[in-house]
Design a protein. Structure first.
Length: 252
């Protein structure tokens, strides 16, 4: 894939942005580094004249911006989703530095896979539920006196690091143009269906104490984080479905 072609596989997703100016400034930041995939989830105000002002020189990015009603819709067809967040913890899954995260994202994009980078709203960032949709969260280093970034600043920094990043593996290892086909990873929709089947299987196994909904949610969340990091292929997912089917047949 040409050096610039991989950028078409990267989507910058602003989740519930409140300020139109930040949308415009984000579009300009993406154009600075040759990206064009800007997507919005339930924006408070867009289209808007203010967005056009801040997108000086990048109106073409705004004109192609995709708008989604939900995060689920925005992630359709994406193989990998990563988030940006200052807040980390057990409830928010795996976390890494920005430099580490963009290497992984670039490797996927170079292999022709579609990836999303999520940015939360200006007032609260990504919620726990939104962060749960991410395979990992990336932390942008900052001074302790002001650790949070403005939304468009965060987009600028991530796009800059992604632009400069060397991929996590050498180009050619799994690269479709070098003779070795890229692994066909399971799509997010396929994984979502599997997670629902997994929840039903846990119920059949009585793996969690009856009535303990919090424990069930925690276990499922942890399993999702594990599988997200594992980069499950379609063949592997089919095998896991087979295991669930065997277990269900034995227990019913």
């Amino acid at each position: 894939m040409p050096d610039s072609g991989w950028k078409e596989n990267v989507s910058f997703v602003l989740v519930c942005p409140r300020e139109a100016g930040n949308i415009g400034a984000s579009a300009r930041a993406l154009k600075n580094f040759g990206f064009s995939g800007l997507e919005l989830v339930a924006p408070r105000k867009f289209p808007a004249e203010e967005a056009n002002w801040f997108a000086h020189g990048a109106l073409d990015i705004l004109e192609k911006t995709k708008i989604h009603e939900s995060l689920k819709d925005a992630l359709k067809g994406k193989t990998l989703a990563a988030g940006t967040s200052r807040r980390t913890g057990k409830q928010r899954g795996a976390a890494c530095s920005l430099k580490e995260g963009v290497k992984r994202l670039k490797s996927h994009a170079l292999e022709g896979r579609r990836v999303s980078i999520l940015f939360g709203s200006e007032d609260r960032g990504l919620t726990n539920g939104q962060a749960e949709e991410c395979a990992f969260l990336m932390n942008i280093p900052a001074g302790p006196a002001m650790p949070s970034f403005n939304l468009s600043q965060a987009v600028l920094l991530v796009s800059y690091e992604l632009f400069l990043a060397m991929p996590e593996q050498p180009v050619g290892a799994g690269h479709p143009e070098k003779g070795k086909p890229a692994k066909k990873l399971a799509a997010r929709e396929e994984l979502s269906f599997f997670y629902e089947r997994l929840r039903e299987a846990l119920d059949l196994l009585h793996y969690t104490p009856r009535g303990n909904k919090d424990m069930e949610i925690t276990i499922l969340k942890n399993l999702k984080h594990i599988l997200s990091r594992a980069e499950i292929t379609r063949w592997e997912l089919k095998m896991l479905h087979g295991l669930l089917s065997q277990a269900e047949n034995r227990l019913k």
